[in-house]
Design a protein around this ligand. Structure first.
Ligand code: XMP
Length: 175
């Protein structure tokens, strides 16, 4: 396994995140917003997005994992911490690093919907539509990627490569 081609440079990510933040800021126009980020991959994206959003933004995180140390989902999506959130009546923006099969975002969304928010929208940095198993509406999306495993900018493989400033392809034997 090795790092392959750089797909998105640090500069192009920063530009796109700035554009998304501007779009979200316009859409919510001064309404208080609660970001619910999905740990751990979305931490870098949430931090950068938050910077462009201005005041009146609360940030919470939920834990969701189904990948373990592999590159394929391993069993049901396990959610942690969501029970401690109070999202009733809030405008919620779910933020994840990447949507692949859609199982994680769908699971987090249904958990959040059950808390009675005023509205729920979704924002992902990367969309991998070729792998989708569950349809999930994406309101804001940074980039579309093909059927490749990507790392960097918060995305990891078995805990590695998260700190790369760019997003690169991970070369897997046989894929
Ligand atoms: P699902 O399949 O539930 O996946 O939509 C969402 C979660 O899976 C992880 N994921 C990846 N992580 N490179 C990664 O580093 C990838 O190419 C990749 N594809 C999916 C990620 O944690 C995401 O939240």
């Amino acid at each position: 396994m090795a790092i392959g081609r750089v797909l998105f440079t640090a500069g192009s990510i920063a530009r796109r995140v700035g554009e998304l933040a501007a779009e979200i800021r316009r859409d919510y126009a001064g309404r208080p917003l609660t970001i619910v980020g999905v740990l751990q991959g979305a931490v870098t994206f949430v931090a950068d997005l938050r910077e462009g959003l201005g005041p009146q933004v609360a940030v919470e995180f939920v834990e969701a994992s189904s990948y373990g140390d592999g590159t394929e989902p391993q069993g049901p999506v396990a959610l942690g911490q969501a029970g401690g959130l109070d999202l009733a009546g809030r405008d919620v923006l779910l933020v994840d690093d990447i949507v692949d099969t859609g199982r994680t975002l769908a699971a987090v969304r249904s958990e959040v919907e059950a808390m009675g928010p005023r509205s729920v929208r979704t924002c992902v940095l990367l969309d991998k539509p070729s792998r989708r198993q569950i349809a999930v509406p994406l309101d804001y999306c940074g980039f579309v990627v093909g059927n490749v495993f990507v790392v960097g900018y918060g995305l990891d493989h078995a805990g590695r490569y998260r700190d790369l400033p760019h997003i690169a392809r991970l070369e897997l034997a046989g894929r």
